[in-house]
Structures are given as C-alpha cells and as structure tokens.
Design a protein around this ligand. Structure first.
Ligand code: G3P
Length: 217
C-alpha cells in the first residue's frame, strides 16, 4: 500500500519523506487554509519535496473556471494532480482534463455508485472519505470494500485513495482490504511506528546492558 501524506504542512512532509513514507501528498482547501500561506507557492514547494503525486484542489464551481483553474494548477509542477469534487460539473471537468493528459483525483466520494461514475469518467484517482462516514454512524471502510470490488469487476482505471483517515486502525483496515493508497494525516502516520511494548523493551535492554557494563568495570 502506498502512503500519501494528508497535509499541506511542509515540515511534516519533509519528516515523512526522510523516512521514505511520503509516496505522495493530498491537500484540500481546509488543509491549505490551516497553513496560512499562499496556495500556489505552497503547492510548488510540496512538489519539490515529494516526487510522487501531489493533489491540489480546485475551488471554482462552474465548468469553465474550474477547467481553467485546473490547467493552471497542473502547470505548477509535473506531479500535480488536480483534485475535483464529485458531481456533474466535476465529472465533465474530469473527462476534459484527463483527455488533455491532466491527471485528476475526484474527492468527497461517499458511495460506490459515485465511485463507479467517476471511474467511468476516467479519473486517475478517487477518494472515499471514510472518517466522515464513521462520524455519522456508518462504517466508512465498507465503502472502500465495495469500491475496490466494483472497480475490480470492471477493470476500471481509477486508483482508490482511502481518505479522511482518523486513526491507525483505519490504516490497518485499508491495508487488509488491499487498498492501493491511503492518505494519512501526519499525527496518525507517526503513531504507526510506536508501540508501548517496544518502548519498555528498549528500556529493559538498556538497563540490563548498563548493569553488565557496571559489573565488568
Ligand atoms: O483527504 C481528505 C481529508 O483531508 C479529510 O479528512 O479528517 O477532514 O475528514 P477529514
């Protein structure tokens, strides 16, 4: 499973990249707003840190301005993926942009049928938001399971990015389902390395080692 970072924070992206854990990055308007920086220079900087796909989201809501904005974003760096919300305008934009060779990631997917339509439109990626489904009492991971099954039935080209991940268990569940990509917030990603038994194990090894050194001194 590929690990994308779900953040626009360049310190966190650098830290994950140094660990070999940043196969890509996803941003959205909320994540960019959290950084309080200008959008385009920020996306350029992220693209210079990470070789893999970097999603940057359009904010225009009508077709022509959306396509214009998408083309501009795609010009920022070769690894920019244009993120587009699912819907009628979004679907038309995806068909047009993918035919021009601009890769898209369709976001805010909450049903397997939305995913089927998005994949038929030729999107490179689609992003089901599992945490937000959990928030309203559904099981977000069921959606991922259904999407993967539907896409495999029809050999459709879109890759699924499991998004809106909230905790390590989501990452494990995505991996058990064989999801190709999970986009993970930094605070969840860095937790994956830790286990309290690892910490106490190291502590005990060091204590025993230092006892031996003291004895042999
Ligand atoms: O990639 C989607 C993600 O940023 C949304 O996460 O936690 O706002 O539902 P969240």
């Amino acid at each position: 499973m590929k690990f994308f970072l779900d953040t626009a924070n360049t310190d966190d992206i650098r830290r994950a990249a140094d660990l070999g854990l940043a196969d890509g990055v996803t941003t959205n308007p909320s994540l960019v707003a959290r950084e309080g920086r200008d959008f385009e220079p920020l996306i350029k900087e992220i693209c210079s840190i990470v070789d893999g796909p970097v999603s940057a989201e359009v904010t225009a809501e009508e077709l022509d301005p959306m396509v214009e904005q998408a083309r501009r974003l795609a010009d920022l760096a070769p690894n920019v993926i244009v993120k587009i919300p699912v819907g009628e305008v979004g679907l038309r934009a995806v068909r047009l942009l993918e035919s021009e060779g601009i890769r898209t990631n369709v976001t805010l997917v909450f049903s397997p049928l939305q995913a089927l339509l998005v994949a038929r439109a030729g999107a490179s990626y689609l992003s089901p938001f599992i945490g937000r489904l959990d928030d309203i009492g559904h099981t977000g991971m069921d959606l991922v399971e259904q999407i993967l099954e539907v896409l495999a039935n029809y050999d459709l080209p879109s890759q699924t990015i499991v998004a809106s991940i909230r905790h390590p268990l989501h990452v494990l569940q995505a991996a058990l389902l064989g999801a190709p990509i999970a986009t993970i917030p930094p605070q969840v990603l860095f937790k994956l390395l830790h286990h309290p038994l690892t910490d106490t194990g190291i502590e005990r090894f060091m204590k025993d080692w230092n006892t031996l050194l003291g004895r042999n001194r």
